[in-house]
Design a protein around this ligand. Structure first.
Ligand code: XBP
Length: 255
C-alpha cells in the first residue's frame, strides 16, 4: 500500500496569498460599506491574524482596539452581519481573478490526482470562500476533487485546536500516519500536529518568522521545476520542488 494516502491542504496563505490582498481588503470594504471608520492596515492585519476565524478576528479587534461602535446592544449580531457581508466581498474579489495559486500548488494537486492520492481541505475560513478559490483558480469542477472540504464553523474549536484535522481524518477514514498536511502558519502546524499529522510548512510574508518547531519540513513554497523552492528546515530536498516522493519520504522518517 502507498504510505501516502492523502494530502490535506490548508487554504489561506497556503493555496494562495489570500490574507493581505483578499480577506483584509474584504474586511475593509465591509467596514466602509457599514459606515464604520475601521481600516485594517497590512501591519494591523498581521497582528490580527493571530486570531483564526473572521468572526473571532472582528470580536478580538473590538475588544482589543475599542474602535467606535454603532449604537447596538447586539454585538454578536453586528459581528455576524459584518462577517456575512465580508464573505460576499471576499468571494467577489476571488471571482474577479485577483488571487492566484502559489507556486507548485496546481502541480502537486494534479500529481496527487494522477497517483490516486486522495485530497482534502482543512480551513478556518468560510466554506464559500474555499469553494470560490478552488473553482476560480483550478476550474469549476475542481471542488469535487477534494473528498472532504472541512471549513469554518464545522467544528466548534478553530485552529490551533486539532478539531478540523481530526474531522478531516475521520471523514477520510484514514489514520494520520498515511497523510501529510500542507500549512503556512504556526496555528495550522499546531492544529495538524495535534491531530497526529506530518506537516509541511510553506511560509509567506505574514508567517515566515513564526516558530515552526515540530514541522517535518519548512520550505519557501512548493516550487516548480523552473521556480525552485528553498528548504528552510528539514531534510534536504531530492528535487528543487516539493513532490509526492518528498511527502512519502517524510512519512517514512516518522518515528
Ligand atoms: C485562515 C483564517 C480565516 C481567514 C478569514 O484560515 O483564519 O479566518 O483569515 O476567513 P486557514 P473567514 O488558514 O485555516 O485557511 O472570514 O471566512 O473566517
Amino acid at each position: 500500500m502507498n504510505p501516502l494516502q492523502a494530502l490535506i491542504f490548508d487554504v489561506d496563505g497556503t493555496l494562495a496569498e489570500t490574507e493581505r490582498d483578499g480577506h483584509r481588503v474584504a474586511f475593509n470594504q465591509t467596514f466602509a460599506a457599514a459606515g464604520l471608520p475601521w481600516q485594517w492596515s497590512v501591519a494591523t492585519y498581521g497582528d490580527l491574524l493571530e486570531i483564526a476565524g473572521g468572526k473571532e478576528r472582528i470580536r478580538y479587534f473590538i475588544e482589543r482596539h475599542q474602535p467606535p461602535l454603532p449604537d447596538t446592544a447586539d454585538l454578536e449580531g453586528l459581528i455576524r452581519t459584518l462577517h456575512e457581508a465580508k464573505t460576499q466581498h471576499y468571494r467577489e474579489i476571488v471571482q474577479q481573478g485577483q488571487i492566484s495559486l502559489r507556486p507548485g500548488v496546481a502541480r502537486l494537486i494534479q500529481a496527487a490526482r494522477q497517483a490516486g492520492v486522495r485530497l482534502a481541505i482543512a480551513t478556518t475560513s468560510h466554506l464559500d470562500n474555499a469553494i470560490a478559490l478552488l473553482e476560480t483558480t483550478l476550474g469549476k469542477e475542481s471542488s469535487a476533487w477534494f473528498e472532504v472540504i472541512a471549513a469554518g464553523d464545522i467544528v466548534p474549536r478553530k485552529k490551533p485546536a486539532p478539531d478540523i484535522y481530526t474531522y478531516v481524518l475521520a471523514h477520510l477514514g484514514l489514520p494520520p500516519q498515511h497523510c501529510v498536511a500542507i500549512e503556512d502558519a504556526d496555528q495550522g502546524l499546531q492544529s495538524a500536529r495535534g491531530a497526529g499529522l506530518s506537516v509541511v510548512i510553506t511560509v509567506n510574508d505574514y508567517t515566515r518568522h513564526q516558530n515552526f518547531t515540530g514541522a517535518d519540513l519548512v520550505i519557501s513554497h512548493l516550487g516548480e521545476p523552473d521556480q525552485p523552492h528553498q528548504v528552510l528546515s528539514g531534510p534536504p530536498s531530492p528535487a528543487p520542488y516539493f513532490t509526492l516522493e518528498t511527502a512519502i519520504a517524510l512519512l517514512d522518517q516518522r518515528p
